[in-house]
Design a protein around this ligand. Sequence first.
Ligand SMILES: [Zn+2]
Length: 92
Amino acid sequence: MSNSRRAGVQCTNCSTTATSLWRRNTQGEPVCNACGLYYKLHGVNRPLAMKKDSIQTRKRKPKGSNKNTAAHAATRMIKLEQHNGKKSFLIQ
Ligand SMILES: [Zn+2]
């Protein structure tokens, strides 16, 4: 039991203690998953302003966006129909 929960480990960059995976920075200090990935990607330390209180998950449904999406889809279909039917370039 040495690699799952290490007591007292804290991200050197953002000071979080909760992460799905501990990583190490170039100095070998422990950093959280987000900071480690950010550094790999950008080559700089993750700005702490980006830190969220909770660990980010991938599939997130924005609340109340269903109506919007439906309306968008409907509009798009109407536009397509018009476009196909008239073959004109007047519809913008
Ligand atoms: Zn971090």
